[in-house]
Design a binder for this molecule. Structure first.
Ligand code: ATP
Length: 575
């Protein structure tokens, strides 16, 4: 495929506000893709040249891209920056400047552009900036204006066509399998490997049977199993009978992969975090007795002087790109290992939890930075209540109870794992993670910050849509309003984005990217919100919602609370 054909698809994808149309366009694109290019095209649709979990970022600064555009089209960097400041989008600036050259019939293939972008990403050492610029200039000189628009957005990391991973899977299913009936098999393979390019290539080259055989691989994160909620220990025993009880540590999830001396680590939202945690790399080498292994852990910052674990606000300071060594000394991490998913070439995800925990204890040596979690088997509500109170008195979040015979269901949130947390009067016993869909302009004093209330939504997994659940005006300081406004304005759009479903039209729509944690008193039924709304039934909404924190460091919009969870929480609150 020629790159300008791909950019025509980008143009169509960007222009639609309907999810069904997105699937049709993707399906057509995947049908027209050759076997040896579909993997690359899948990554490019995501604005990348590798799966999300690989840290291969092209990452060019705005100034460098501006200089490349200037050199390609015979202008000065200042000219380009001036236009960029006026338009607010480097892609459109490149498109406008290129159009004067009337380059048509560009024969640059997707293959070639992908190769050059990869070269740019891998360039390092002396003269990197110049070498990268030259590579980009060569491409820009040989492109039509629409291709130039999309090309420059890729190294800047803002292609953002607004397509979620489930929609890509839908597009693949439609293109290659004809309909959605076997889509679940694609989703399962995705949950095991997190690699959409690999799935596209395997499906196109070898068909569905090869997809079923795609198994867990070291170096490709497995999508994390998550917890359901139940209101109290009694309900947990009633539903699950005999459970394995573990503390719920309030840090961040780290999936550790060991391949000989090669260690890599991934966050819950599949980000590669390997370089952030040098002490976990060393500990894995020392403490894990296996040639290859995948461990599921929760990492926490630890104060070696007082021998105390630190609260989440401290731990989260370790998620950073710079000053890593210094921070590792100040806030060293410990990681509680609560599962093992792979050992010595064999996937363990289909083994029952009881067996995995046995293997875990044989594999991870005690005493060190990695700590195998303590666990206890319980089958009565009284003991479970004591363990929940014990965890709370230790300053932890609560407990996680797990069905002993359950497999590791990658990417699933169901009653295999249930979290029990402390409960405060007048509040739901858990927060809700919402995605900001837009904002309503404020009145009075707030007008100067540009935001008066945020329109937020939850995620509908079935439809891959964000559906409105609340308007939030409380819990933000003036500074936070300013911050929200600044961030929102970078991603504002002039029409309702595809994958957003709301009856309320805010003053400004934004792309659904920013995740916030919200606390509410209760969940109520409401005709004005679309979450859970059907033709006959009203939707669900939050009563007295307030912002607790920004969660987009560790959560993608698709990791927000789902409408299914919201409805379950609604049912639980009356118990
Ligand atoms: P929350 O916002 O309450 O932390 P969450 O949305 O991040 O929840 P949940 O599925 O509700 O995710 O809770 C599971 C999370 O709890 C895991 O992702 C993990 O980070 C953390 N956790 C802490 N201890 C454990 C444990 N023993 N077993 C499983 N997960 C644990």
């Amino acid at each position: 495929m020629i790159f300008c054909q791909l950019s025509e698809y980008f143009e169509k994808l960007e222009g639609t506000s309907s999810r069904l149309a997105l699937i049709d366009i993707l399906s057509d694109l995947f049908k027209k893709s050759e076997k040896d290019e579909i993997e690359k095209i899948t990554y490019l649709v995501q604005g990348r040249i590798a799966p999300f979990f690989e840290s291969l970022e092209i990452g060019m600064a705005e100034k460098t891209v501006a200089q490349s555009i200037a050199s390609a089209y015979g202008l000065t960097k200042e000219d380009v920056i001036k236009l960029y400041n006026k338009l607010g989008d480097m892609g459109i600036a490149a498109e406008r400047l290129n159009s004067k050259f009337k380059i048509q019939n560009s024969k640059l293939s997707v293959e070639k552009v992908f190769e050059v972008l990869t070269k740019i990403a891998k360039t390092n050492g002396e003269g990197t900036v110049e070498k990268r610029q030259n590579l980009l200039i060569d491409l820009l000189k040989n492109m039509d204006s629409s291709s130039a628009k999309y090309l420059v957005r890729i190294p800047l990391g803002n292609l953002r066509l607004g397509i979620g991973d489930p929609t890509i899977l839908d597009g693949l299913a439609k293109a290659i399998l004809g309909d959605k009936s076997k889509r679940k098999l694609l989703e399962n393979a995705y949950n095991r490997t997190s690699d959409l390019g690999l799935i596209a290539k395997t499906l196109k080259e070898k068909g569905l049977s090869a997809i079923e055989k795609l198994t867990v691989q070291v170096g490709k994160p497995i999508r994390s199993e998550l917890c359901e909620r139940l209101p109290n220990p009694e309900k947990a025993i009633e539903k699950m009978e005999k459970v394995d009880v573990q503390y719920k540590y309030d840090g961040f999830r780290v999936q550790v992969h060991k391949n000989g001396s090669n260690i890599s680590m991934y966050s819950r939202n599949l980000e590669n975090m390997t370089h952030m945690f040098p002490e976990l790399i060393e500990a894995t080498k020392k403490q894990v007795h296996a040639e290859t292994a995948i461990l599921d852990t929760e990492a926490l910052a630890y104060n070696p002087d007082s021998e105390e674990f630190l609260p989440f606000q401290e731990t989260t300071k370790r998620r950073r790109k710079h000053g890593i060594a210094e921070m590792a000394l100040k806030l060293p991490l410990k990681a509680f290992v609560f599962d093992i998913l792979y050992k010595n070439g064999k996937s363990l995800i289909d083994e029952p939890l009881s067996k995995r925990l046995e293997i875990l204890k044989e594999t991870v040596r005690e005493d060190g930075v990695l700590i195998p979690t303590k666990n206890q088997i319980v089958s009565d509500a009284k003991t479970l209540t004591i363990l929940l109170e014990d965890s709370i008195s230790k300053g932890l979040e609560g407990i996680v109870v797990k069905k002993l015979e359950s497999k590791y269901e990658a990417g699933a949130r169901n009653f295999n794992w249930v979290k029990l947390k402390r409960h405060s009067a007048g509040e739901l016993n858990d927060t809700i993670d919402c995605v900001i869909l837009g904002y309503v302009t404020g009145k009075g004093k707030r007008i100067s910050f540009g935001a008066g209330a945020l329109l937020v939504g939850v995620y509908d997994q079935e439809k891959d849509e964000f559906i409105s659940v609340s308007k939030i005006g409380t819990g933000l300081s003036d500074n936070e309003w300013r911050e929200v406004h600044k961030r929102a304005d970078k991603i504002k759009v002039d029409h309702k984005p595809a994958r957003v479903n709301s009856l309320i039209t805010p003053s400004v729509w934004i792309k659904p990217e920013i995740v916030i944690e919200v606390l509410a008193d209760e969940i109520t039924r409401s005709p004005i919100h679309t979450a859970g709304k059907t033709i006959d039934e009203p939707g669900y909404a939050l009563r007295f919602p307030r912002l607790v924190s920004f969660r987009d460091k560790d959560k993608k919009p698709e990791d927000a609370t789902t409408v299914k969870e919201l409805i379950q929480m609604y049912k639980d609150q009356s118990k």
